[in-house]
Ligand binder design. Structure first.
Ligand SMILES: [Zn+2]
Length: 334
């Protein structure tokens, strides 16, 4: 009997990762191709289709592809589209699900990468068995996936859970979205670099980061300096944790999560970011929630790309819903 596998695809600004994933989160095979963001979506879908065929060929005797899940920036779950992505030259609204359905006669679903990460944690990672949790991705920006009552929240227009664009300071840092002072301009891998430069300007303290140019500075570099005891790097983590902790305390009152899971580049700084974030979250929490909300790292299995597993989890969750007669599936896979 043929076993069932899904395809998980993570569309990034530079590379697009693709893999075949079984029901238990086992990744049979994975690969990455250049996104070539200057070309259109049809070109990417054509190249991905070829890659999927190539990846599946050695397994085609014993497995069948039953669905495709896609994590992509600015994706709309309901419409199956990617809409006005700033990092891809896909003008207007791209019907990414329809483009895949021209080539594959299986259900196809798209959502943003943070929602895919949330489903990945729910099916295969730190949120297994949880019905209420939030996943925060701390990469170039800050993404979030909100799960309440066991369901990912998409909201009225399909874009629910953009915590990265809630306002920290109305007169604050310029954000890529056009607004000012958004959370992601502070609490993200790029946000902490901006903080380091502000701290460098505002003080004359010694720091190994003084000799690094802005374009060379990375969150990893800030982490390394902090681990060596660099006071300014440690202050940058404290500042970031204060803002993130405050906004997570806000987020808690909306959905009462059991846990908040921090994933992505800046989350790799481990205790450097978890400790101040947890302390400040507790400080700002509405008293009835104090001491009740866990702050956890990703629990995704090692060895596979968590973004590919997340995208695969998206389609596994859809297939499970469809098999019990769920409704939302239809909207994006017809
Ligand atoms: Zn913004």
């Amino acid at each position: 009997m043929l076993s069932e596998v899904t395809v998980g695809i993570d569309v990034g600004g530079t590379n697009t990762a693709v893999g075949l994933v079984d029901r238990d989160g086992g990744c049979l095979v994975q690969a990455a191709i250049p996104t070539l963001p200057e070309r259109d979506a049809r070109s990417l879908v054509a190249r991905l289709s070829g890659k999927i065929g190539e990846l599946h060929r050695p397994f085609s005797e014993r497995s069948v592809i039953v669905g495709i899940g896609i994590g992509a920036p600015d994706a709309n779950y309901y419409r199956g589209t990617v809409e006005h992505p700033p990092n891809l030259n896909w003008p207007g609204v791209t019907p990414i699900v329809a483009l895949f359905r021209e080539r594959f006669d299986v259900p196809v679903v798209v959502t943003n990468d943070a929602n895919a990460a949330a489903l990945g944690e729910m099916l295969f990672g730190a949120a297994r068995g949880m019905r209420d949790f939030i996943v925060i991705t701390l990469g170039t920006g800050l993404g979030s996936g909100l799960v309440a009552n066991g369901e990912l929240i998409y909201g009225a227009d399909g874009f629910a859970g953009e915590l990265g664009h809630t306002v920290v300071d109305p007169h604050g840092r310029q954000c890529a979205c056009g607004q000012g002072g958004c959370l992601e301009t502070y609490a993200s891998a790029t946000g902490i670099c901006r903080t380091v430069f502000e701290l460098l300007c505002d003080s004359k303290d010694e720091s190994e980061l003084r000799d690094v140019t802005f374009n060379e500075l990375t969150a990893k570099r800030v982490s390394e300096a902090a681990l060596r005891g660099d006071a300014l790097a440690l202050a940058a983590f404290e500042f970031t944790g204060r803002i993130l902790g405050m906004k997570l305390a806000d987020a808690v009152v909306h959905t009462s999560p059991e846990a908040i899971i921090l994933v992505g580049g800046l989350a790799n700084a481990a205790d450097l970011i978890f400790a101040p974030t947890k302390r400040w979250m507790e400080e700002f929490l509405f008293p009835i929630f104090k001491g009740k909300v866990k702050l956890l790292p990703s629990g995704m299995p090692a060895g596979a790309d968590p973004a590919v597993l997340g995208a695969a989890a998206l389609i596994w969750a859809e297939l499970a819903k469809a098999r019990v007669g769920g409704g939302a599936t239809r909207r994006s896979t017809e």
